[in-house]
Design a protein. Structure first.
Ligand SMILES: *[C@@H]1O[C@H](CO)[C@@H](O)[C@H](O)[C@H]1NC(C)=O
Ligand SMILES: *[C@@H]1O[C@H](CO)[C@@H](O)[C@H](O)[C@H]1NC(C)=O
Length: 437
């Protein structure tokens, strides 16, 4: 375990050095590369070759959504969207866990168009098989509560967290499909038809942009299922804060504003959230932008929600708090890559970001049905990697892993509002480091 962990980290460091410059190029690309890395991270444990459940051998085929063609539910390039399905067994036969993959968003015609040649915009480029690990694993020692459930990994190929609408497609020039909402509906139809409609328990989850998609579609997912089905949602690293960057610019808000306008996202936002904002104040589009931020969405979601989020989310630090443009002199260069390289005043600013997160969670914390695991690690997605979800080396709060905390909450074993003490107090954290070679 220790050895393979080390190998994985070495790989990470090699990657970090080589590709950091590329990553720094932009928002969507950063998360895209994150997904690549995480894939490789999840494959790195090859120390358990004799374990029949070993996730390194647990590859699951890609399925293209059959009825998508009829409804025009296409990826950005016009190809069919896809998912990976693994059938449940034993006591899990009638339970369903869905996990929506992440991958940032695109905010311009050209950034969306460049996705057409990647797996985030076209099923032509998706892997025909992916490993199922962490929350998707069927190994009980790696995934104690959900191992035998029906499991679906939903592929992301629309560019706006499954919330884009065709009315906004470019009318001339570039052929680009904005069919996120249609993809969501086609996927749900197909999953309902292969057994989801009979689910006794159903759990919608997702990481990063997939975590945001989970929050956007959570109540709608609940409505698709029978009243007596237990339905809950989990957003992993999807709690993107509506915060200014270190120069005081609204980098994230203006990025989301571009995404919403370009891809016609407003129609998919939570109706009660949009209604709650006062239309007289600033107009529909501006106000519905608030409803793309989880801190507003969670005020209206009726379905029980669990939030897994690091207080020092590496993606948020690099793109919301300290985007490239906010650091022209490179004062933050090392700190953005490795939290151990931050000076005391920088740590103070990172703590301020954590405080903003905790403030944004203040009301949610009082909701009885809500659960949370807010650890103080310098990472991003944590649910679908075995190492962070549930292992001897996992991050813990009050000695509970993320898997144990989520299970305690899902099955009402106990209330779970786990909030870690501030960095660097938690020795169980592994902090990602992009600087070593
Ligand atoms: C960010 O803020 C600074 C200082 O207020 C300003 O000079 C700069 O133009 C802003 N940058 C962007 C990209 O808005
Ligand atoms: C933490 O939990 C593990 C089991 O997951 C247990 O073996 C250990 O004793 C616990 N440690 C403390 C300090 O409670």
């Amino acid at each position: 375990m220790a050895n393979s962990r080390l190998r994985g980290l070495t790989w990470w460091r090699k990657w970090a050095k080589k590709d950091w410059a590329i990553t720094a190029v932009g928002f969507s690309l950063t998360v895209f590369l994150f997904t690549l890395i995480s894939d490789s991270w999840s494959r790195r444990d090859d120390s358990k070759l004799n374990n029949p459940f070993d996730h390194t051998h647990d590859l699951v085929d890609l399925t293209l959504v059959r009825n998508a063609k009829n409804t025009g539910a296409f990826c950005l390039d016009g190809s069919l969207p896809g998912y990976h399905f693994q059938k449940g067994f034993g006591s899990g036969s009638n339970n369903w866990l869905l996990h929506v993959e992440g991958g940032g968003w695109c905010n311009t015609v050209s950034s969306c168009s460049s996705r057409k040649f990647t797996r985030l915009g076209s099923s032509k480029y998706m892997e025909s098989q992916v490993p199922f690990s962490g929350i998707l694993s069927r190994d009980p020692s790696q995934n104690p509560d959900f191992f035998n459930w029906n499991k679906v990994k939903i592929r992301y190929c629309d560019g706006a967290s499954f919330a884009s609408h065709p009315e906004s497609e470019p009318k001339n020039g570039e052929k680009l499909f904005f069919r996120g909402q249609l993809i969501w509906e086609a996927l749900m139809d197909e999953l309902l038809s292969i057994g989801l409609s009979n689910a006794k328990q159903a759990f919608l989850s997702g990481c990063s942009a997939g975590g945001l998609a989970t929050l956007i579609h959570c109540d709608n997912f609940r409505e698709l299922l029978p009243k007596d089905t237990t339905v809950k949602c989990l957003a992993d690293a999807g709690f993107f804060l509506d915060e200014k960057d270190i120069l005081g610019n609204q980098t994230m808000r203006s990025f989301y504003n571009d995404v919403v306008h370009l891809q016609g996202v407003a129609k998919s936002l939570h109706k009660d959230c949009v209604a709650r904002m006062e239309p007289s104040k600033a107009g529909f589009v501006f106000l519905s932008l608030d409803c793309l931020f989880p801190q507003e969405i969670i005020k209206n979601i009726k379905t029980p929600v669990f939030l897994v989020n690091p207080a020092y989310d590496i993606w948020q630090i690099q793109n919301i708090l300290i985007p490239d443009a906010s650091d022209p002199h490179g004062d933050w260069r090392n700190c953005r890559l490795n939290i151990h390289d931050c000076n005391p005043s920088q740590i103070g600013i990172l703590h301020g970001f954590r405080n903003s997160l905790l403030r944004a969670l203040g009301e949610f914390q009082k909701i009885k049905e809500g659960g949370m695991f807010i650890n103080s690690c310098f990472v991003h997605c944590q649910t679908w990697m075995a190492e962070t979800w549930h292992s001897a080396k996992s991050p813990r709060i009050n000695n509970r892993t993320i898997a144990e905390s989520v299970g305690d909450w899902f099955f009402d074993r106990k209330a779970v509002k786990q909030i870690d003490c501030p960095y660097p107090c938690n020795p169980t954290c592994y902090h990602l480091d992009f600087t070593q070679g």
